[in-house]
Design a protein around this ligand. Structure first.
Ligand SMILES: Cc1cc2nc3c(=O)[nH]c(=O)nc-3n(C[C@H](O)[C@H](O)[C@H](O)COP(=O)(O)O)c2cc1C
Length: 329
């Protein structure tokens, strides 16, 4: 019995296996509109057998793009372009997810970035301080509704890697108690949950630690995860870092898995583990150890879009390759 190849049900959606394509910016869009590159990139990974294909950080408003080449979900043209992509992913038996994002002070373009601080990220533009966060909440809600219209079945809120929602909860970029700092990410999650209804899975990606003293910690992440769960999040995708250039990150195989495990055990919420998970047995182990309910792979799936099919063969699990490729598997 393989846990990796067992289904995972989140609300009304059942993923055929527990392998997710971790969101990866392609910096290949014009005016936020996804194109053939995004269709082939995401489509190939659905063909390769990933149960959940999460589209890259997708801006909920133009100034929330990390770069001018980011995809977006703030207008109807973008919705129409995504529809073709989500339909293809679903045709492969895979579930299309989207990462709703706002870059905050890490936006690099010809606009003024916004953040809870006026302190710039080293080397980047000086942000304008957000005084009324209501419009941010509204942008995420409208993005989530457009995402459903675009055919996405899973919503991931990007609250990691030093982008806007992480900037709110990290003490490196915001002031006040932890309760005050997590308030906006929690409000965004609750508002998205209320907007999408009770059937749609909502995942939140967090940075489990800032990897610096005086920064956000693994214990803080447990507090945040509990609040996010109460706000309607179904799974916490635990990444790390991104809010400072100073961090000393102990990069190695599965280096963020203990963060996912701590959140899962202490906040009693399903988690996703990500970061240098590259081997089938390793992925299976992460799930068997109870560290996570889902594994997300990024770079390994760039090297090998068929990783899920290869992993199944290695673990002795029979899975269906696409009908068109049956003679090869
Ligand atoms: C090309 C590339 C683009 C990325 N873009 C995003 C993104 O849009 N959103 C996000 O949360 N993480 C992004 N990441 C981080 C990955 O999702 C993942 O968390 C990280 O690469 C660690 O996983 P890995 O070791 O399997 O690559 C990106 C990574 C890569 C390599």
């Amino acid at each position: 019995m393989s846990l990796l190849f067992s289904p995972l049900t989140l609300r009304s959606v059942t993923l055929p296996n527990r392998i997710a394509v971790s969101p990866m910016c392609q910096y290949s869009a014009t005016d936020g509109v996804p194109n053939d590159w995004h269709l082939v990139h995401l489509g190939s990974r659905a063909v390769g057998g990933a149960g959940l294909v999460i589209a890259e950080a997708t801006a909920v408003e133009p100034r929330g793009r990390i770069s001018p080449e980011d995809v977006g979900i703030w207008n109807d043209e973008q919705v129409r372009a995504w529809q073709r992509i989500t339909a293809f992913i679903k045709d492969q038996g895979s579930v299309p997810g989207i990462q709703l994002a706002h870059a905050g002070r890490k936006a690099v373009g010809d606009w003024v970035p916004v953040a809870p601080t006026t302190e710039p990220f080293p080397g980047l533009n000086t942000p304008e301080k957000i005084t009324n966060h209501t419009e941010i909440v509204k942008a995420f809600v409208e993005g989530a509704l457009r995402a459903l219209e675009a055919g996405f079945e899973v919503i991931e809120i990007h609250a990691a890697h030093g982008y806007l929602l992480h900037e709110y909860y990290s003490p490196l970029t915001n002031e006040g108690s932890i309760e005050e700092r997590i308030a906006v990410p929690v409000e965004v999650t609750a508002a998205v949950r209320a907007a999408v209804g009770s059937d749609v899975p909502v995942i939140v990606r967090i940075s489990g630690t800032d990897w610096v003293e005086d920064g956000w910690t693994a214990d803080d992440s447990v507090v945040l995860a509990q609040a996010l769960k109460a706000a309607g999040a179904d799974l916490i995708d635990v990444s790390s870092g991104g809010n400072t250039a100073q961090a000393d990150i102990p990069v190695g195989p599965g280096y963020q898995v203990p963060l996912a495990e701590a959140v899962r055990r202490k906040a009693d919420v399903p988690t996703g583990a990500v970061g240098l998970i590259t081997e089938a047995k390793q992925a299976e182990q992460v799930l068997n150890d109870g560290a996570a309910d889902l594994v997300l792979l990024a770079r390994e799936l760039l090297r090998d879009p068929y990783w899920p099919l290869h992993a199944a063969a290695q673990l002795g699990v029979e899975v269906k390759a696409p009908r068109q490729y049956a003679r090869a598997f």
